[in-house]
Design a protein around this ligand. Structure first.
Ligand SMILES: [Zn+2]
Length: 124
C-alpha cells in the first residue's frame, strides 16, 4: 500500500495536529515541574507532598513520552519521533522528512485550492 499517494490535506492536518498536541503536552509537563515542586515545598507536610508530586509528575512524564514516541506520521505511517529505537523529539519525520508544520505551509501557499498535488514534500 502506498500511503503517500492517498493522503489528503485533511488527513495530513489531522495527523500533524495530533503530533503537535502530544509535543505540547510533553513540553508543558516539563515546564510545570518547578512550579509544582515550589507548591509541594510550601505545603505543611512538605516531604510527603514532594514525594507525591514527584511520583505523579514522573508517571505523567512516562505517559507523555510514550504518547509522543508512538505518534504516527500521517504521510508514511511510521513513528514521527523515532529513529530506530531512539526517541528524538525533532520537527521532521525520520522516515519521510515531513515537517511538523507542513500542513500550515501548504495551506498558506494555496489557501483556495485543496489539490493534493500541493502537499509538501511528496516523494513518489
Ligand atoms: Zn513520515
Amino acid at each position: 500500500m502506498d500511503r503517500q499517494t492517498e493522503i489528503t490535506w485533511e488527513e495530513l492536518h489531522a495527523g500533524l495536529r495530533t503530533v503537535r498536541t502530544r509535543r505540547w503536552f510533553l513540553w508543558l509537563l516539563i515546564l510545570v515541574y518547578v512550579p509544582l515542586m515550589m507548591v509541594a515545598l510550601a505545603a505543611n507536610d512538605a516531604k510527603r507532598m514532594v514525594v507525591i508530586a514527584f511520583v505523579m509528575w514522573l508517571l505523567l512524564l512516562i505517559v507523555a513520552v510514550a504518547m509522543m514516541a508512538l505518534a504516527r506520521c500521517p504521510r508514511c505511517g511510521h513513528c514521527f519521533h523515532m529513529s530506530g529505537y531512539l526517541f528524538r523529539p525533532v520537527r521532521r519525520c525520520f522516515e519521510c522528512d515531513l515537517h511538523l508544520t507542513a500542513d500550515k505551509q501548504a495551506k498558506k501557499n494555496k489557501p483556495e485550492n485543496g489539490s493534493q498535488s500541493d502537499l509538501p514534500g511528496r516523494k513518489k
